[in-house]
Design a binder for this molecule. Structure first.
Ligand code: ZN
Length: 69
């Protein structure tokens, strides 16, 4: 993870997941939303693999990128 911003956001979100203030699936959504708008994350080649690890770690269901809004 090259993006410092995402690193700090992920830490905050993970804290909320642990406190049951945020659903794991929602955390993944927030991460993907950040990546969409972040030039650093977009070109980070290791990010997909790291996201998969995070997803497994917080036990979020697999998300297929769909447009719900
Ligand atoms: Zn980023």
């Amino acid at each position: 993870m090259q993006c410092k911003r995402l690193r700090s956001l992920a830490r905050d979100w993970y804290q909320k997941v642990k406190e049951d203030a945020l659903a794991p699936a929602r955390m993944m959504e927030l991460i993907y939303r950040h990546i969409e708008h972040c030039p650093v994350c977009k070109v980070d080649p290791d990010l997909p693999e790291e996201l998969e690890k995070i997803r497994e770690f917080i036990r979020a269901p697999e998300i297929s990128p769909s447009k719900e809004e």
